[in-house]
Ligand binder design. Structure first.
Ligand code: PLP
Length: 472
């Protein structure tokens, strides 16, 4: 039985007066009016945050099958490396002379990502998948401009993650959405959307339904034939790494979500890292600097890319996420990464087959690393919605799946157990889904620190500080 702690925990500064001014400066040299800085003893702060953590749920608590997010185990070894003072306190502007080790990590990681992506050059700068998409779109825009092409449209299938159309639009493109056919790209729809205005197609493979785009080579031929480029959303790389590569499928630009595929604790907006890789003919457009190795074996920043789109981040990348990804890849090796993929795919199919007689799983065939179920029939017949199933699972000590995404499936529930789940956990998930279909209702969750909250209000009018709370 799962129960969350329920502390009546006030905001940390509630009811407290600000701390005393403890200026070490001689009298008369300090501030005229003391700053109103809060003051708490260390042990009070630790208790406060420990209690809050007991009312929270994380990848270290239990199963976290949040589809598309790849909430896998983050090895403690990586955390240990990332918390070493030399890594943690390194200044972003540290000169190359004194940061050779870090540059070597970055240089090697660039090479590893080239290998895994089937691409020829990588920038580590973007700090999230979405920023990688934006960077990739800017590279594609710069390329077309350079070629004298006037191409203003980017095609995005209706199964795409919301960041895809957003990134294309931010880079100045018009977004053309195409419908799917039986869960995959509809080649006829693609064909009629392609024109001399098309700059690129953005695609993730497997797509957000966990289905591999079997016709990817036909898609590739059609897009390139039309003079457009192919962008690969790499958020689902956990389904293919070690097995195939976006570069082999013909993609010209790829982003990697290091925090997903290569293990960094993420969620709630950070921390992330979204390097992009490109084929050779696009290398000159990448953001600068990239890390190079000189003939004397020393590492340095390379600012010489002649057509660079400029910087997309003030620093050289989210270094501690890069370091974790590097450690993860080195630790697992080629065989280990392949095994992670195989297990992630096996786990998703195991759960899908366990639940499909209880809840509708649209589209035929095997999945890759995730699958999408729909509560539409349940909603029509019993009034049980995707939200209700998700809330019921919370009561069973399971993090909710992604719900109401992808948009092409009504009442969607998207499960991605990852390779980190044990068989026991998978069986627990299957059983819990089966029970949810019978028992879910508006009374859940019952065992959590909070019952149902108004999620729309929380998203639209968040109260982010004690000051906002007081002013409310
Ligand atoms: C997570 C995700 C993204 C965006 O990546 P962030 O790192 O969250 O910005 C894009 N596409 C898909 C399919 C994703 O799952």
């Amino acid at each position: 039985m799962f129960r969350q702690a329920r502390w009546d925990e006030p905001l940390i500064l509630e009811g407290e007066c600000p701390g005393k001014e403890k200026s070490p400066l001689p009298k008369g040299m300090g501030r005229q009016s003391p700053l109103k800085l809060p003051y708490k003893e260390e042990h009070e702060i630790i208790k406060h945050f420990t209690r809050l953590s007991q009312m929270n749920y994380g990848v270290d608590t239990g199963l976290y099958p949040l589809g598309s997010c790849t909430m896998k185990h983050n090895p403690s070894f990586n955390e240990m490396l990332a918390s070493r003072p030399k890594a943690k306190w390194m200044h972003p502007d540290e000169p190359c002379d004194t940061s050779q080790g870090s540059l070597e990590v970055m240089y090697n990681l660039q090479g590893m990502l080239c290998e895994l992506g089937g691409v020829e050059a990588v920038t580590l700068q973007p700090s999230a998948g979405a920023q990688g998409e934006f960077t990739g779109m800017m590279v594609i825009a710069a390329y077309h401009e350079d070629q004298g092409n006037e191409r203003s449209e980017v095609i995005v299938p209706d199964s795409a993650h919301g960041t895809n159309p957003a990134s294309a639009a931010m880079a100045g493109f018009d977004v053309v959405e195409i419908p799917s056919k039986e869960g995959r790209v509809d080649l006829d729809a693609l064909s009629s959307a392609l024109s001399e205005k098309t700059a690129a197609l953005m695609l993730t493979n497997p797509n957000t339904l966990g289905l591999f785009e079997k016709e990817v080579l036909e898609i590739e031929a059609m897009v390139h034939e039309a003079g457009a480029l192919l962008y690969y959303d790499g958020a689902n790389l956990n389904a293919i790494m070690g097995k195939t590569k976006p570069g082999i499928m013909g993609f010209d630009v790829v982003h990697f979500n290091l925090h997903k595929t290569f293990s960094t604790p993420h969620g709630g907006g950070g921390p992330g890292s979204g390097p992009i890789g490109v084929k050779d003919f696009l290398k000159a457009y990448l953001p600068v600097p990239v890390v190079k190795k000189n003939s004397d074996g020393r590492f340095a920043f390379d600012y010489s890319l002649e057509k660079t789109i400029g910087r997309v981040l003030g620093t050289q990348g989210n270094f501690l996420v890069l370091l974790r990804a590097y450690a993860y890849i080195v630790h697992l090796g080629c065989d280990g990464l392949t095994e992670a993929t195989e297990k992630a795919v096996l786990n998703a199919n195991y759960v899908m087959n366990g639940v499909k007689e209880h809840i509708t799983v649209p589209y035929e065939g095997w999945r890759k690393h995730e699958f999408v179920a729909t509560a539409r029939k349940l909603a029509d017949e019993k009034g049980i919605h995707a939200t209700d199933i998700a809330k019921y699972l919370l009561d069973q000590g399971i993090h909710a799946p992604t719900i109401y995404f992808p948009l092409l499936v009504p009442e969607a529930l998207m499960f991605e157990p990852t390779e980190s789940a044990t068989k026991k956990e998978l069986d627990h998930l299957v059983e819990a889904i089966r029970e949810a279909v019978e028992n879910a209702g508006e009374s859940h969750p019952e065992n959590l620190a909070r019952a149902r909250v108004d999620e729309t209000l929380a998203a639209r009018k968040p109260i982010l500080s004690e000051k906002m709370e007081r002013e409310r």
